[in-house]
Design a protein around this ligand. Structure first.
Ligand SMILES: Cc1cc2nc3c(=O)[nH]c(=O)nc-3n(C[C@H](O)[C@H](O)[C@H](O)COP(=O)(O)O)c2cc1C
Length: 205
């Protein structure tokens, strides 16, 4: 079984219905699945970058599981991306640590699916909010797998959340034997030249 790393980012997990259930499902999905509760681990926002990079290096499938907040990741997840996916490690010259891995987004929204339409209050189909995730993966040489979304999570019944969590656990247990992976294109190569960053101080002087 390929190692799977599930990073859960929910700023108030004790009040969560969807993500708490999903996290429990992930924990039961197999011994190859490591689940990290980011807000519990780093309540002070002081991320151990080396430890996070070691976890990532050991995984073939990386899962970002979180509620959508302001059309994006919760704040600590964003900080984790800023700090852990470092230039020269995750992308740029020598930045090949994540190449060939898969990234899967498992997220929930408060807005129901029908609110993510041009004629409703979220104005855009939800796919319009995915390019920052997809390009983050691609820049790091990772395939961005089709996301698993739970829309309308606040009003979903317990039975609907349980059914969604069962699909999630089944997916985590069966990766990489997912039928849709055969049709996914290879990751596009994004070469960031060394000149894209300022020279170190000693060279610049
Ligand atoms: C600060 C904040 C921002 C939010 N932004 C969005 C949003 O942009 N779009 C949306 O559909 N729901 C938004 N929500 C609702 C959450 O996505 C929703 O409560 C969550 O997915 C429910 O999952 P849970 O039961 O695990 O908490 C937001 C919630 C909070 C607290």
């Amino acid at each position: 079984m390929p190692n799977t790393l599930v990073i859960v980012a929910h700023p108030a997990l004790q009040q969560s219905r969807a993500n708490r259930t999903l996290m429990q499902a992930a924990r039961g999905a197999g011994s190859h699945v490591e689940v990290v509760d980011l807000y519990a681990l780093y309540p002070d926002y002081l991320i151990d970058v080396a430890a996070e990079q070691a976890r990532l290096a050991a995984a073939q499938l990386v899962v970002w599981q979180h509620p959508i907040q302001w059309y994006a990741t919760p704040a600590l997840m964003k900080l984790w991306i800023d700090e852990v996916l470092a230039f020269g490690w995750a992308y740029g010259p020598g930045g090949t640590a994540l190449r060939g891995k898969d990234l899967w987004l498992a997220a929930s929204t408060g807005g129901p699916q029908e609110s993510y339409r041009p004629d409703s209050y979220n104005r855009y189909f939800f796919d319009a909010f995915l390019p920052p995730y997809e390009q983050t993966a691609t820049l790091c040489g990772m395939r961005f797998l089709p996301p698993l979304m739970l829309h309308g999570a606040q009003r979903a019944s317990a039975a609907e959340i349980d059914a969604h969590a069962a699909v999630y656990a089944q997916r985590l247990a069966s990766y990489p034997a997912w039928p849709e992976l055969a049709d996914l294109p290879e990751c596009v190569e994004c070469v960031v030249p060394a000149s894209a960053r300022p020279a170190p101080q000693s060279e610049a002087a």
